[in-house]
Design a binder for this molecule. Structure first.
Ligand code: TXA
Ligand code: MG
Length: 326
């Protein structure tokens, strides 16, 4: 199958995308975080196509996207007082709430869990698509399983072009890292995946970096290897990035640098950022660019692990681990 590449997010494109979704087909679309690979969330056959296209393990549950907080009532058994509070404070936005699922939500969507993850994205194209589709839309990041999440339509086409029905092109995603996933069933938010809404924003405390073992068990996606670029990633402290890159280049390796400082001679500047939020925006594109450039090593400067920096460091550590020792 050849995807309609790309669909413009105008009236015609949105109507076509909405029709495809209602008919059980796969449509990739931009959100404020990353591009999602959408399918009708209440149609088990449509949802199965997502898992097949991505090569995603079937027990890794999907996030259901809605365009109106009222639609939450059709998906979850109980909107807890905590969930009400979080919806009020953060929707539309990059916060995903995990709540007890209604039986109408297929187990294919929830990866077999009795809970469902729901979010209302803050992106005009996503909002227009969801409004036109008039169905809840399950959407994981629109990358092949194990690849960096896509932040442009071109990234989606690269990974999934032959396997999906359409891509709506909304330009680069403004945030660049995925939503924060929170278990909102109890009285306090439990962060299952770090994202662009920080623990500080949520008032969830900052006792540890990354999910606890309990959280990892509750959010299956965090168990899987993620964000694995094909070239090794070396995470360095801010003062060391340029020197480390220069040393590796002098040893004859093709080296790239993602840092707040200029690349030294013989090193490719893959991205230069000003702060953690700026790095969040560029990170996944940089990992993909490093592959395209055929680098032997990508040296990345760390950012402070607070605010969105915590999510950035979580993704970077996974990339560094997945790529193996340098
Ligand atoms: O920003 C985002 O969240 C993007 C855009 C497209 O919305 N979506 C995204 O989806 O990142 P995905 O599938 O790549 O990541 C979803 C994460 C996984 O870690 C998954 O395990 C977790 O959410 N999750 C989904 N449903 C869950 C549930 N019922 N309980 C616990 N974790 C859940
Ligand atoms: Mg993903």
């Amino acid at each position: 199958m050849t995807a309609r590449l790309p669909l413009q997010p105008d009236r015609t494109g949105l109507a076509e995308a909405a029709r495809l979704l209602r008919n059980g087909r796969l449509v990739a679309f931009p959100t404020e975080t990353v591009y999602g690979l959408g399918a009708h969330a209440l149609d088990p056959d449509a949802v199965a196509r997502i898992f097949a296209a991505k090569g995603r393990p079937p027990d890794n549950p999907l996030i259901v996207h809605i365009n109106d907080p009222a639609a939450l009532d059709d998906l979850v058994l109980r909107v807890t007082p905590l969930a009400h509070k979080l919806v009020e404070a953060f929707w539309p936005g990059p916060l995903t709430l995990v709540l007890d699922a209604r039986p109408a939500v297929p187990r294919a969507t929830t990866g077999g869990l009795a809970t469902v993850a729901v979010r209302m994205p803050d992106h005009p194209v996503a909002a227009a698509l969801l409004a036109a589709a008039e169905v809840p839309v399950a959407a994981p990041s629109a990358n092949l399983s194990g690849r960096p999440s896509p932040t442009t339509a071109a990234h989606v086409v690269h990974d999934l072009g032959g396997a999906i029905d359409a891509v709506l092109d909304g330009g680069p995603c403004p945030v660049g890292v995925e939503s924060t996933v929170v278990d909102a069933r109890g009285e306090v938010p439990v962060v299952l995946r770090e994202g662009s809404i920080s623990r500080e924003d949520l008032g969830a405390g900052d006792a540890h970096d990354g999910p606890t073992p309990a959280a990892a068990a509750a959010s299956p996606g965090t168990r899987y290897r993620h964000y694995a670029p094909s070239c090794p990633v070396l995470l360095t402290s801010p003062g060391d990035a340029a020197t480390q890159a220069a040393t590796a280049a002098q040893a004859g390796r093709r080296v790239g640098l993602v840092a707040s400082v200029p690349a030294p001679e013989g090193v490719l500047q893959v991205a230069r950022f000003v702060d953690a939020a700026d790095l969040a925006k560029r990170l996944y594109a940089a990992l993909r660019d490093a592959e395209v450039a055929g680098l032997d090593l990508l040296v990345v400067e760390s950012v402070p692990p607070d605010g969105v920096g915590r999510a950035v460091m979580d993704r970077l550590r996974r990339a560094a681990e997945a790529a193996g020792p340098t």
